[in-house]
Design a protein around this ligand. Structure first.
Ligand SMILES: [Zn+2]
Length: 156
């Protein structure tokens, strides 16, 4: 495999994990290992990371989704009320998603984690998918709250 080294990286990247911005890690032989957008010492939510294997001729992209409990407050608080109310509920819901994903081969909704066998349809994007029910929920949010609110977190 041809070596992919620092020459491919954008200006201003850093190899320091605490750096805010593009963070790059290398394998011992100088091969690029990982590139990610970091904020406050970790991968920034809503960004892509690229991981290049050391010996295998493969790479993968990982999209960072941060799911925190309690969820960040939405401007209205209306939607967050539908989410889990305790940490235990949050953990159980996430475990159910992981279990569901482990059993469903193939694509699943990035928002509600239902597999293809459980949804009406899936629309695929670059590394993400959305199901019919989630599209409908988004349509309702847009229809009812069009001009004012910018941040929604209905799946916490
Ligand atoms: Zn969905």
């Amino acid at each position: 495999m041809a070596k992919i080294d620092a020459a491919v990286l954008p200006a201003g990247y850093s190899t320091q994990p605490g750096h805010d911005g593009v963070y790059a890690q290398f394998h011992a032989d100088g091969q690029l290992a990982e590139v990610a957008v970091h904020r406050e010492g970790r991968r920034a939510a809503g960004t892509w990371a690229l991981c290049v294997e050391a010996r295998q001729e493969t790479a993968r992209a990982e999209y960072t989704v941060e799911m925190t409990f309690p969820p960040p407050p939405s401007p209205s608080g209306l939607i967050a009320a539908a989410g889990p109310r305790t940490l235990e509920e949050f953990v159980r819901a996430r475990l159910a998603q992981i279990d569901s994903q482990s059993k469903s081969a193939g694509p699943y909704c990035s928002f509600c984690a239902q597999g293809l066998h459980k949804v009406t349809f899936l629309i695929g994007g670059p590394g993400v998918s959305i199901c019919g029910a989630c599209v409908q929920l988004c349509r309702e949010i847009l229809r009812e709250n069009k001009p004012r609110r910018r941040w929604w977190w209905p799946f916490s």
